[in-house]
Design a protein around this ligand. Structure first.
Ligand SMILES: [Zn+2]
Length: 607
């Protein structure tokens, strides 16, 4: 049954006649699946399990301790003493909320009495003996009395989008349609003229023109959301808004919201996303600038924006099972998100640049501390991104060694995935069920992969007959114990940027599988900016178990510009002499975990 069959027109003034909305989305919806809850998934992956364990054992206690030390936890006691106790950053509530969510996800898959007690203690501070959900509902009920189109309410909406997607979640948990309506109101009202933030500024006695960012593109309220086609402004705000738009498109069957999401998605991925999946190239607005403006050393690429892009990608994937969404989700997950936390789980990047002269380091904490608990939350909830299903189909989005229990129209299916991805592209999938059953098994063929082979119980299949939108689909009568093997060739690849990315002109990057690689000074005897990668340089890869927790490194021969004959000159009329050198590249996510120094993703390419 199409998910949109139960669409409910909540707003009688909806611009789209409901039947039109439904039919358009029904056509789109033939490839719509529901995500599998993380509690149904057991991750045993050699790549991700250590990160998740460090997150559980190190990062969650660390973030709690810093929230406590900086006054964020005790602020809930409402007895803060100005001038005596530290003043938490204005977003302190959100930091604690993200930690509570991260701890809750972790407890859902890994019971831990100590963490459970800490969570209870925090919740008690927030709401006394009442459960947190009741408190959240009461708070939202109050917000609902303040904002809306009804007489006496304010026609306002958030300056920092985030509550919109949370309201959809709250609706999904409680079934209370008012929460969905409130989310719909905040999204629909955004950008209406006269502009609410102008009116609010005048009420404060301010001239709206003095708004520091000078444009409401900053918080995506410059236009009605359905009229937006370019990803602009503060990157994290944008990602949370678009995530909510995708949620509402799905919940309400709103085709115009889906169209806006698709337009924005296409713009971001074609013109404004880093190769790491990071987004937001400027620190000035913590966000987007111009098309193809992707500086490397000064890249902002906030960890929260990367996480926001994962959230949005995941929601787009639920609207349309298209591998281009999963490719971006995976790119961010393995690169621009994972770089945000040190391997020991105690230090965090707020900004994730693609090059550094050696002065950019992770920190234990930040005054505005959104990123550390956000990373903890994402890692603790990784299980929900791997699989999806509907009543007749099973989908494997990500290759992460794990097992999952799925209910297909009342039939229980177990999928067990064995792999050492992302180090190797061999994936074995074992199916378990009580009796033979017919369903479609959809396996993602990643966009980075040029050659893949698929076999069922040892019989090779012609993949070209099975692939739709980046997924190989095999429908048959499956038997208990059936085995599917997918082999993804994973050679070292060179990557080049669009010619209009001026910061990457004449440069090349290295990738292998989903991982983007970088060079670090600690592995080299010459400054990295002097290295030129020849077109024909052989690039080899091998696993180094003792380096950075165990990684595949890429090695090769290159050329480096020499400085021995410059004799104090800054400029001269002939170029530097080149001499041979070797390079060792490591996965970008693992940089800045050894001796600090220069780092580069984009290397000079031989002309
Ligand atoms: Zn952040």
């Amino acid at each position: 049954m199409p998910l949109f069959l139960w669409m409910m027109p909540l707003d009688p003034q909806s611009p789209q006649p409901p039947e039109l909305v439904w039919s358009a989305l029904e056509a789109q919806n033939s490839r719509s699946y529901r995500p599998v809850p993380l509690t149904a998934v057991t991750i045993t992956d050699s790549f991700w399990e250590p990160h998740i364990r460090v997150n559980r054992e190190q990062t969650l206690p660390h973030v709690y301790r810093l929230c406590k030390e900086t006054g964020r936890i005790d602020a809930f006691k409402l007895d803060w003493k100005p001038g005596v106790e530290p003043v938490p950053h204005i977003f302190w509530v959100s930091d604690v909320a993200k930690w509570v969510e991260a701890a809750s996800y972790s407890l859902a898959t890994h019971p831990d009495p100590a963490l459970d007690a800490l969570l209870d203690e925090t919740i008690d501070l927030v709401v006394g003996k009442r459960v947190l959900l009741d408190a959240v509902c009461r708070y939202v009920d109050y917000i609902d009395t303040v904002f809306g189109t009804q007489p006496g309410k304010k026609r306002g909406y958030p300056g920092h989008e985030e509550i919109e997607l949370a309201l959809v979640k709250l609706y999904q948990v409680t079934g209370e349609k008012r929460y969905l309506r409130l989310s719909q109101y905040f999204v629909d009202e955004r950008g209406h003229q006269p502009h609410y933030f102008d009116m609010e500024a005048r009420l404060r006695g301010e001239d709206p023109k003095i708004f520091w960012a000078k444009t409401y593109e900053y918080n995506q309220s410059h236009l009605l959301v359905r009229e937006q086609s370019e990803v602009v402004g503060h990157a994290v705000r944008a990602m949370y808004l678009y995530s909510a738009m995708a949620d509402l498109a799905r919940e309400l069957g709103d085709y115009t919201l889906l169209q806006a999401c698709t337009r924005l998605w296409n713009h971001l991925c074609a013109k404004r996303m880093y190769i790491t999946g990071g987004i937001g190239s400027s620190w000035q607005n913590e966000g987007l600038t111009r098309d193809y403006d992707l500086p490397n050393e000064s890249a902002y690429a906030e960890a929260c924006a990367a996480i926001g892009l994962i959230l949005w990608s995941h929601r787009m994937l639920q609207l349309d099972c298209d591998g281009r969404y999963t490719d971006v989700l995976e790119r961010v997950l393995y690169n621009g998100m994972l770089s945000g936390v040190s391997l020991d789980g105690h230090k965090f990047f707020y900004e994730n640049p693609l090059a550094s002269p050696g002065n950019h380091h992770r920190q234990e904490w930040y005054d505005c501390a959104c990123c550390p608990p956000n990373i903890a939350r994402l890692l603790a909830s990784l299980g929900q991104y791997i699989y999806a299903c509907n009543d007749t189909e099973v989908v494997v989005h990500l290759y992460i060694q794990s097992s999952v229990r799925l209910a297909l129209d009342g039939r229980e299916i177990t999928v067990r995935q064995e792999t050492t991805y992302p180090w190797d592209g061999m994936i074995t999938i074992q199916l378990g069920m009580d009796e033979s059953t017919v369903f479609g098994l959809n396996l993602r063929i990643p966009g980075w992969c040029r050659t893949a082979r698929l076999s069922v119980n040892g019989d090779a299949l012609d993949l070209t007959e099975h692939i739709t939108k980046g997924y190989a689909r095999v429908e048959r009568l499956w038997h208990p114990g059936d085995q599917v093997v997918l082999a993804l060739d994973m050679p070292v690849e060179r990557a080049y940027a669009h010619p209009d990315v001026r910061q990457d002109t004449g440069c090349v990057a290295l990738q292998r599988g989903p991982l983007v690689y970088c060079l670090e000074a600690v592995d080299h005897t010459v400054p990295l900016h002097r290295i030129v990668l020849p077109r024909t340089a052989d690039l080899a890869s091998h696993f180094e178990p003792g380096v950075l927790g165990g990684i595949v490194v890429i090695t090769g021969s290159a050329q480096a510009a020499g400085d021995t004959d410059w004799e104090g000159m800054l400029y001269r009329s002939w170029p530097a002499t080149a001499y041979p050198c070797t390079i060792t590249a490591i996965p970008y996510y693992a940089w800045e975990n050894r001796t600090p120094g220069e780092m580069r993703i984009w290397l000079q390419a031989e002309k």
